[in-house]
Design a protein around this ligand. Structure first.
Ligand code: GLU
Length: 322
């Protein structure tokens, strides 16, 4: 009897001691709407990392979320371990400006950047919107709260001298629903800051109502780029969207999608994920056409928050930074 009790006690102690070493670390990556590029990209990264789940004791899951602003806030309150965040919003969160006015998010950490994203305005041809100035009196989906496009749309509309509250009817519809709303004639246009090609725009273009990308005038692009360090001029490709009214690439401006985390996430977790992604970059590039442009070097561009120590450790080992 005594012996059995002792044996049990010994087993219990052993289990307790051994548990931390075998405990699986769960990492959830927050993305965006299911028809965007963040969601499939988060899925692609998770898939790569999960191939090594036994070796790494790590399990990654992907979650569809409201977008960049939502992801920063969820990272900061510990609801997510990783998140996709537009480079402009990473910058604003780190500095304590924009949505985080006076509240710098000191624990925000950069891991790497991924594809370029372009501020894209998709309008119905019959709405006669040929420039931002034509938004007057129209129903424009500037994006749901928590999305990156809502911030970029607001910036662009005010740069054009319009009042987002008075001059137009601004809607806050989720990206996954905007294409259908446009086809149903319930909105005139919608904003999407997104990598190309993507499912939402394909859906918008595939309907009976003819659609077009609205160009952003050069003066407006120049003004935004001069005022903000994170904006760059960019052209929207039309080839991936057969049926769109435009025949040439459409001028606009853009940012980069980046992967962020929190200073509270352990170094070894981010080290393993970074290493897995960089060592399998060729596989990653094949998992979504928007990722085809990635190189190990350009994946370190567009980061403004401090690098997470796990990512930094890998970049030093790989000779990507000194
Ligand atoms: N850039 C968008 C955002 O931050 C999301 C785009 C996507 O899901 O691909 O809300």
């Amino acid at each position: 009897m005594k012996r059995t009790a002792l044996l049990f006690a010994a087993m219990a102690v052993f289990t307790l001691m051994a548990a931390p070493a075998f405990a699986i670390q769960y990492v959830t990556i927050g993305t965006g709407g299911v028809t965007g590029v963040y969601y499939p990209t988060g899925g692609a990264i998770s898939k790569l990392v999960n191939k090594k789940r036994r070796e790494y004791n790590l399990r990654m899951t992907v979650e569809s979320t409201g977008g960049s602003v939502f992801n920063v806030n969820a990272l900061m309150n510990g609801d997510l371990e990783m998140g996709v965040v537009q480079s402009d919003l990473q910058y604003q969160a780190m500095k304590g400006i924009g949505s985080w006015e006076g509240k710098p998010q000191d624990k925000l950490r950069a891991v790497f950047s991924i594809h370029p994203e372009i501020v894209t305005i998709i309008a119905a041809v019959d709405s006669n919107i040929n420039s931002v100035a034509d938004f007057k009196g129209k129903i424009i989906n500037i994006g749901a709260p928590g999305t990156g496009q809502r911030v970029n749309a607001t910036d662009l509309i005010s740069a054009a001298g319009l009042d987002v509250k008075k001059d137009l009817r601004a809607e806050g519809i989720k990206p996954a629903e905007a294409a259908k709303m446009l086809q149903d004639g319930r909105i005139d246009a919608f904003f999407y800051t997104v990598g190309h090609p993507n499912g939402s725009i394909k859906e918008a273009v595939a309907g009976a109502r003819k659609v077009t990308f609205v160009p952003v005038a050069k003066e407006l692009v120049d003004k935004l780029v001069a005022e903000q360090p994170y904006y760059a001029a960019a052209n929207i490709p039309v080839a991936p969207y057969p049926g769109i009214a435009n025949t040439e690439p459409v001028p606009s401006f853009g940012v980069k999608a980046t992967i962020c985390t929190s200073a509270d996430v352990p170094e070894d977790v981010i080290y393993k994920i970074t290493k897995e992604v960089f060592e399998n970059i060729e596989d990653l590039k094949k998992l979504h056409p928007a990722l085809a442009v990635l190189t190990k070097e350009n994946m370190l561009h567009g980061l403004s928050a401090p690098l997470h120590p796990g990512a930094e450790k890998y970049y030093r080992e790989a000779g990507l930074i000194k």
